[in-house]
Ligand binder design. Sequence first.
Ligand code: MF3
Ligand code: CO
Length: 249
Amino acid sequence: MIILKSPREVGLIQEAGRVVALAFEKVEPLIQPGVSTQTLNDFIDQLFRDNGAISAELNYCGYPASICASVNEVILHGIPSPKKILRDGDIVTIDIVAKKNGYCADAARTFPVGICSQRALKMIEIAKESFDNAVSLVKPGIHLGDISAAIEATAKSHGCSVAREYTGHGIGRTMHEDPMIPCYGVPGTGPILRKGMTICIEPMILEHNAAVRVLKDGWTVVSKDGGLTSHYENTIVVTDDGYEILTKL
Ligand code: MF3
Ligand code: CO
């Protein structure tokens, strides 16, 4: 069941979204060779609290940290650790969900660490381009499959794959609501978008093959072939004639 949000509820999600955007702005300068992903976790956890929010990821289904910090071949749910030190040339995805006044906002960005290879930087761009192409279609009356297909087509145009086992999603009082929004699909299929839907569009891109596996910790998802991965996500609301991004300042 897709829950449509009132303007008041959209405003509350937007307030949480501002905290998410602030976290990205403030953490970016810390993302340097030598810093641990635990340091990034603790910084964002504190920033959330200082801004009246908490991490909706902490303890979610037993998830043991406040952010996901996923390096290189880790596509999702990298668990921060003081032992995981960022190195020059890595790319790291920070995926965060702030909950404030009962409402959640969710976004992800992949950042370069120090000096990166051209192909690593290209991976970061492809995730953003996939998001931009998908979100540009959003307005009442389109199908969810239109969004999914745009993500898949963009990734494929660069010779990349999309994650198949993980999807975007609706969002509101909880971080995952209906509908699921796969990164692949067929235009003209799936639920129709309506004004007041709040959704997370999140291209998850693999450099080569789409196959992934989960490590023994039960969380960390990696590309099976060891190829690089990237991710770009925002929470948006469907408006009268288009959309508004809610995870921005
Ligand atoms: N933020 C992720 C998403 O985009 C969900 C992370 S779940 C967690 O849907 F438990 F790992 F935090
Ligand atoms: Co999400």
